[in-house]
Design a protein. Sequence first.
Length: 369
Amino acid sequence: MAARSPYDWPMPELSKPTYRPRRRLRHSASKVRIHDEAVLQHKSHYELVSPAYLSFHTFSVANSSNARTFRDLSRQHQRNRIPQDYAHLIDWQFVMASPPDSAQEVWAQLEAEQAEHGDLLLVDEMQAQDERMPENMNDGKTYKWMQEVVKRSQDGRGRQALWVMKTDADTYHILPNLLNFLEAYDPKNPTFFGSSYGISYTPNAYFQGLGYGFSWGLLRTLVDANIPRNLTIGHEDHVTGSWMWSLPALPERHQAAGLARSSKATRLDPTSNIMTFVPPTPSPYTGLVRADFYGRASSWFYWWIPKTESMILTHGMKTKQEYLEAQKWVDDLWVHPKWIGQSAHTQWEWQPPTWMYSLAEKGRSAGMV
């Protein structure tokens, strides 16, 4: 992979929040006149520009009422586990392809949603219609998204982050567990995180598409490589895993970049996991750290996987009812019994580490730009 090393990129520096007036979607602002401007007058339309600890990107689609339902479910039932003083450290985005210019009603609906929530990322939004990528799952959308994240962090439309995660719309995340998991890793090291549980074959040692992510330096390197389009097409999680074998070598290594199958690799009991080869971590050639959720992230319908307080995410809920059932199950895990002297139904929130205390937001008015 001809690209700068993940170690060469400057690390985003976390700070107390800084805001600016929220931007409208470029296409809607210039061409769609259905939307009532009054919507912007009564909503809080400031957006964050300071770097995030975690940039959390959920893949969605624009022209589906069911997709909008799942976006609203995510807003309602996943974000409330982050204390308000630290909410600015999490960047929430829903990723979708830009609709055609002729879909004015869809654009108007997206503009209204953006005015209310400010969390939509439209891939190729700045491109002419014939240059935009159509909506897809396995035809290059994931790499386009990566490029878009980096581009927006450079042109002011988006934020940098220590960690960047891609996830599916039908995934329910237990954010405190995810954040605590990441806290055990150093984002200065190139890190690929996700779940290998149940992957279908071994060559790419990928992480399941239900939810995986990267340290900032690793993301920058993947985008800097300008991977040819034909190498971005295919099952998106498999393809992403394949890139991890071709990262630039560590500066002190002189062999060709890429991870050879080492004799030190761990071998698992094939009856307990489909993937019987686990690459060494960190890689002795590239320094890549593979942070594996393993069984803490799996399908909601895998009855043989214990659904306990240690879950990081569960996946596969295709209806609102299934999603709410999963959400209730997770909530009930943290109902404190009255006999221990605590009130029932105490909501469990993320407890930030002490080094983050100085980053707490004490008043939204501070830092406006």
